[in-house]
Design a protein around this ligand. Structure first.
Ligand SMILES: [Zn+2]
Length: 60
């Protein structure tokens, strides 16, 4: 399982419909809206994903 960097939900990589790559890293999303948020500010979400800092304000 991969973690959605926007809402921290779990996403099955196999056959995932919503994905994006940023700086050589692949990210998976539970919904198109999570993917859209990531693409609007990939630096922010990619950084949060690597530090596993969870912001309670984040959600789908
Ligand atoms: Zn999500």
């Amino acid at each position: 399982m991969a973690t959605d960097p926007v809402c921290y939900g779990e996403v099955e990589e196999r056959g995932a419909k919503h994905r994006a790559s940023f700086k050589g890293q692949e990210y998976f999303f539970c919904t198109a809206s999570c993917r859209k948020k990531f693409e609007e500010n990939p630096e922010r979400y990619a950084r949060l994903a690597t530090t596993f800092h969870i912001d309670p304000q984040m959600s789908c």
